[in-house]
Ligand binder design. Sequence first.
Ligand code: SF4
Length: 486
Amino acid sequence: MCSSDLAGQSVRDLRDTRGVAYAMGASETPPDDALLLPSFEQVRDDKWSFAEATKMIHNETNPYNARRLLQWHARQAIVANPPALPVSQADMDRIYGLPYTRRPHPIYSEPIPAYTMIKDSVTIMRGCFGGCTFCSITAHQGRIIQSRSKESVLSEVREMTRDKDFSGVISDIGGPTANMYQMQCLRPEVEAVCRRQSCVHPKICKLLGTDHGPLIQLMKEARETPGIKKVFVASGIRMDLARRSPEYMRELVRHHVGGRLKVAPEHTDPLVLDKMRKPSNDDFEKFTDIFNAESAKAGKKQYIVPYFIASHPGSDLNAMIDLAVFLKRNGYRPDQVQDFIPAPFDVATAMFYTGIDPFTKKPVHVAKALRDRKLQRALMQFFKPANYFEVREALRQAGRTDLIGNDCESLIPPTPPREALEARRKDANARFRGDYVHTIGDGKQKKRTRKESRHEPGNSYRPKPKPTSPSAQRRKKKPRGPSAGA
Ligand code: SF4
């Protein structure tokens, strides 16, 4: 909503605004059209209710059919209005066409790493219909794609070329996902009543428009703009969609990859992928085959860099061992590992906390203990000597000692490499550092001479006398001998 529409209104007047949540007074009557969630006290005390509330909230994310939500907190009601309607293309163009400086706020004097990463990138759309359970984009940008027009994007690209500091390289042209530009449901009347959590999971919906044509044209015109040397794609590519369009794959591989393309299959285990609402590993493998074939045709040496998540709900040691075997067979050596981190509002976080899948109410394995998470993470980098002992422990725990050996299928050798022993020694030293160090006083005590302090009981090598127990003290006071008491 435009700020001029809100001018002069009180906070109470905003209660009919979409996307707003507000607390009602104890004497107010709550709206009777709202969907009643389990109360705060219920979700606090009962994990099943927490899972149920998560499901209900996520069922109300389609702005065309979402209902108002209501939750009681003791005697006070909290109301959450339906999500905002998608921003029209004209409004997207108007918003992105505002005279931004493309500079951080002058209050920052130090370099900002995130700014360096995004300063030469161009956002072409908002929203995502993927519905991945570990991501909350749907909650804050919506599940309907809102795209800028080609003219709006190209005008920004031309504007960038006029900046004297611009190198001519666009680091990313994308959004939450690289290849959902202008994609939408082909049947608006069905979309208006649809309650699916994802348009692409478990399968790509047959009503989803997956035409990559507008995106291909946009990428072509962006890279051909005078003053532009290169346009990279660094946003995450939805691989199941991309491989439907050979032309997109060709354009991507030939013009928009800088030697390494980062993709996020996230896992290989079908159960874990299902809990994530990600496409099957088959999609990743087929995408990789097309990528390699197109790179060879273009005469380019380019590589896929896959990203995976350890300890996602559903992921146990067996799933991670299978992932490690997949990495080994395919020659992948991830240099970065991602650990699942619970984030507000997503379904995976609800699974992590409750151990229940909110949509099926079935139990989900969750690795919460630090040691278990460490083992899962180590398996992703099984090739690192520093991880040797964790990987060995994981394989022993899972009964997969067949993967310890010297043959090409093994993950680790039977004897720890020298670097592994060295790393363990360093780790042990780091962990226990401090235990043998004398602490320094607060400086308020009187400084004593070395001699004084050495002879004081309890200091240095002189043991402190044991404290005397009360019964021993009584015995000590008691007079001894036959004359006692005479
Ligand atoms: S009908 Fe299919 S494409 Fe349309 S909104 Fe629903 S899941 Fe998405």
